[in-house]
Ligand binder design. Structure first.
Ligand SMILES: CC(=O)N[C@H]1[C@@H](OP(=O)(O)OP(=O)(O)OC[C@H]2O[C@@H](n3ccc(=O)[nH]c3=O)[C@H](O)[C@@H]2O)O[C@H](CO)[C@@H](O)[C@@H]1O[C@H](C)C(=O)N[C@@H](C)C(=O)N[C@H](CCC(=O)O)C(=O)O
Ligand SMILES: Nc1ncnc2c1ncn2[C@@H]1O[C@H](COP(=O)(O)OP(=O)(O)OP(=O)(O)O)[C@@H](O)[C@H]1O
Ligand SMILES: N[C@H](CCC[C@H](N)C(=O)O)C(=O)O
Length: 494
């Protein structure tokens, strides 16, 4: 941590009886409490952290932050205790603020991206553009921290303690620019509160995470927190306004007093896509900025990547870089790992792509956008993750049925669910013509085997992941590697 101790008031917190002890560190989990720590006992989805207050006190915590319900739950343990008790209406927000004050430093420019699909892509492109401009930059999200500072992350948007530690460590390494993903869980749980954010982007909105959010409106409201809660008046917003939800988000951002840049194919978009022409290795993109037309080559597969690229360009410009320099960097953008990534090619020329589409909207987008790059048929290998939104499974199968020519349904990460039941739900939408192959490696082999000249295989769902979660265990598994092995085996190279 940045320094040995800070007082509670230096962390922006006030104890009930005005005690202001020196705090030696912050803990979100009772199991990490050390003497003098501030323990945040937060209401969780499985349990209230207040259950662990007695344990934290035994570990000699110096202060406890919780809500009223937590204080009541632990009243007995807290009664004779001489530490400082902070009761906050929103203890998650209070903790995030304290974490920011504890670590203090962050890169000079931090931008954040939210939306159902495209967060990783936009954050990665943003980092790549900054690199091309000679700036020291990181991206932070589903793929961990990448760029001029590296770290693994368990979450797309990490808890505030992890987040502020990483931001301060990156700043100490000289990183000046950071692009981060703001997941709906992260926004809802106030994980980003306390980060000073220069600009925010919104990609799109479709079904996901309805196991966590009560409905579509609640899911949207969580995403809107980036624009009506985290970003402050005068900051910038870069919003894809092709959808109704995008236009709604632009209104929210305008009401907040943000400087809004609109992106999309619609005629009002300030960064407007005018036309795209596709071939086997990428696309030519015609677009305009405030009415001025440009034409560039993108070595990226998938029409939607042009939207992601323009959002990234909009963010970099909003964060202060000159438009001309930003535009010059775009042709050099590289494929984001596991996103419409060409991973292997058969001797007959047929291509194999890996994509992270694991929700209905993404499956539609991935298959639809692959079509114009492909002369022949599209074969799709698809499954759905266990212990996640169940409603999306048949819709993902349906999307594969609607937009691919051959569908093979297999396992994704079954986690603790019965894989056969997950496949059955996907097959419900995929229809009777789909083939079921439980084992993912075999499904990929069958998909590769089906490829004729001009065809393409899209392996959906796991993208960059390098493990398959079955039960509580993670088995090594990499779609790209499996595809290469299958191609080599079937083309007689091994
Ligand atoms: C639903 C959810 O997001 N849960 C996250 C949340 O846990 P929670 O508060 O609900 O935890 P809980 O188990 O009920 O425990 C309550 C409190 O007791 C504490 N505790 C618990 C046990 C103990 O012995 N001592 C103790 O102090 C916990 O630290 C916690 O503060 O806060 C925890 C600490 O930050 C997270 O690890 C946990 O992420 C879970 C594991 C998770 O899987 N989250 C996923 C769904 C997630 O966040 N995904 C998003 C979106 C990805 C995407 O866009 O696809 C992400 O940003 O990664
Ligand atoms: N702009 C977009 N519009 C529609 N679909 C997209 C878009 N960008 C990406 N996708 C689809 O979503 C998948 C995930 O992309 P990406 O990882 O960039 O998004 P994400 O929002 O970070 O996803 P997650 O929340 O699952 O980590 C891609 O593999 C692709 O299938
Ligand atoms: N961050 C996403 C990743 C899903 C990836 C997919 N392979 C799956 O397991 O469903 C989630 O946890 O919902």
């Amino acid at each position: 941590m940045s320094q040995d101790t800070k007082t509670l008031s230096q962390l922006g917190l006030r104890a009930r009886d005005s005690r202001d002890p020196q705090i030696t560190g912050l803990s979100l989990d009772s199991r990490t409490v050390k003497p003098g720590h501030l323990f945040a006992a937060l209401p969780g989805s499985a349990v209230h952290g207040a259950e662990f207050i007695p344990y934290a006190l035994r570990m000699d915590a110096g202060a406890v932050l919780t809500d009223r319900a937590g204080a009541e739950m632990a009243a007995e343990a807290l009664a004779g205790w001489d530490g400082a008790l902070v009761v906050a209406e929103d203890p998650r927000a209070a903790f995030a603020g304290a974490a920011a004050l504890w670590f203090e430093a962050q890169p000079e420019i931090v931008v954040a991206v939210t939306g159902t699909s495209g967060k990783t892509s936009v954050a990665t492109f943003t980092r790549q553009i900054w690199h091309r401009l000679g700036l020291k930059a990181i991206s932070l999200g589903t793929m961990g921290v990448e760029g001029d500072f590296h770290a693994k992350l368990a979450h797309t948007t990490p808890d505030p303690l992890t987040l502020h530690r990483i931001l301060s460590e990156a700043a100490a390494e000289g990183v000046t620019h950071a692009a981060m993903e703001a997941s709906s869980h992260g926004l809802d749980q106030r994980r980003l509160d306390g980060v000073r954010i220069e600009a925010g982007a919104f990609t799109n909105f479709s079904q996901d995470h309805l196991d966590y959010h009560a409905g579509f409106d609640e899911y949207f409201a969580a995403k809107a927190l980036l624009f009506n809660h985290i970003l402050e008046e005068g900051a910038s917003a870069v919003i894809n306004t092709d959808s109704e939800r995008g236009r709604q988000m632009a209104d929210i951002a305008t009401d907040r007093g943000l400087a809004v840049t609109t992106v999309g194919q619609n005629e009002n978009a300030m960064l407007r896509i005018l036309g795209q022409r596709y071939d086997a290795t990428g696309q030519d993109l015609r677009f305009s900025i405030m009415g001025r037309p440009y034409m560039i080559r993108l070595g990226l597969i998938g029409g939607f990547q042009a939207e992601n690229v323009l959002l990234a360009a909009g963010l970099v410009m909003a964060a202060g870089s000159p438009a001309e320099e930003v535009l010059e960097s775009l042709p050099q953008l590289e494929t984001v790992r596991g996103r419409m990534q060409l991973v292997a090619q058969r001797e007959n020329g047929a291509a194999v792509f890996v994509d992270y589409a694991h929700k209905p909207g993404a499956v539609v987008a991935a298959l639809q956008s692959l079509r114009p790059h492909v002369m022949g048929r599209i074969v799709c290998v698809i499954g759905a993750g266990g212990d996640r939104d169940r409603g999306k499974r048949p819709l993902m199968g349906q999307a594969a049925r609607d937009y691919a020519d051959v569908v093979i349904v297999t396992d994704d990460n079954p986690r603790t669910e019965d894989p056969a039941l997950i496949r059955a739900a996907v097959l419900e939408g995929a229809g009777p013509e789909a083939t079921e192959v439980a084992d993912r490696a075999e499904a990929i082999l069958r998909g590769v085997d089906a490829l004729q000249p001009g065809d393409a295989l899209l392996i959906c769902g796991k993208g960059h992941e390098t493990g398959q979660i079955i039960g509580q265990d993670v088995y090594p598994f990499d779609d790209a590697e499996q595809a290469s092995v299958a191609v080599a085996a079937l083309d007689g190279k091994i």
